[in-house]
Design a protein around this ligand. Sequence first.
Ligand code: NDP
Ligand code: MG
Length: 389
Amino acid sequence: MKKIIILGSTGSIGKQTLEIIKKDKNKFKILLLSTDKNINIISKQIKTFKVKNIVVTNQKKYKILKKRFKKIKIFPDFKTMDKKLKVKADYVMSAISGIQGLRPTINIIKKTKRIAIANKESLICGWSLIQKELKKHKTEFIPVDSEHFSIWSVIKDFQKSDIDKVILTASGGPFLNNKIKRNVSIKDAISHPNWVMGKKISIDSATMMNKIFEVIEAKKIFNIELNKFEILIHPKSYIHAIVRFKNGLIKIIAHDTDMKIPISNSIYMGDNNQNFIKSKKINIKILNSLNLQKVKIKKFPVIKILNRIAKNESLFDTVIVSINDELVNLFLENKIKFLDISSKIWHLINLPLFLKFKHQKPKNLAQIERLNEFVRLKTRSLSVISQKK
Ligand code: NDP
Ligand code: MG
């Protein structure tokens, strides 16, 4: 039986991971699930999968769940869980959203043989720390973001020096073919045409920040130079990545817009029984209308940020993630407009106050977390003050 841990089991990726497991229940045992506040969903998950260990990070909800389930271990935070729960899993899915996922992701590496990481903020802000833990505990890593899983699956048997170009595709989000009005609602911004995802990543897809993050993510995990990356718009999201090799081959990876494809591969990879995914027929209609286009900077101004990304690993990556996180929060709180996210992020990342972090390497987790807090506070105060003027 494969022993499984899911960090963020009540979110979009977490739920899809459990759906895959449910179909093949006899092969798996769930050791631990986690939520921030969604205790109703996790209550159902506890019963369906007979889970004995749960982390609930929201303290009010933790107390309620603790009363609801007296016979199982419910932890109020990851630190307590880490100390008290001595287990070794076969597979962890890291699917907490945001930089809050970084510490639990790093700490869980020692408890598992394989970790699939969907939480892109962790990879962007803490890749060198994650990599260190992976090596130390000989834990296998599989990226789950669909573009990264695609790239990973075609380059894992090649040398880095064999790669000439990597193209990441972007759907263009809900506003690709519409004028972005000043009064875009939250509902409009999260209505992604191809994927159903959490709120934060849906807004990042609408601004195109998601693709900036994905370039940084890919640059780090594959150790490929920034100038080898390109972003192309591909509205149908059928192709996820294109890799051109120096031997003249170009590999194009396509699959249906279904996150269960990378997720189930990350669970079953290496198993003898690989008939886990029911492959659909090749979609000739979509292949005949791929419609790959360059990204228009006027429509997606955040694309300019590609010229600001630090070449080497630095704390500036955390700065970009934290500024964007806070601006998205401000938009969700109706404190700034949708279009402000792009203009303010460009303004803020160019402030000397933040640019200086380009020359500092991340040393440890606490430093990244402190920087995240500082950048968020600054972003909030600078954005709300400038809004009032
Ligand atoms: P969701 O918002 O749907 O789910 C996030 C999960 O994390 C939930 O279980 C949530 O709990 C938990 N969580 C949120 N905040 C905290 C916190 N402060 N402490 C502990 N747990 C917390 O996100 P997604 O599933 O869409 O995305 C997860 C990650 O995967 C993100 O980093 C995203 O960028 C990445 N990703 C997602 C894709 C997708 O298709 N959804 C595709 C590629 C990458 P609760 O339910 O209580 O809020
Ligand atoms: Mg992606």
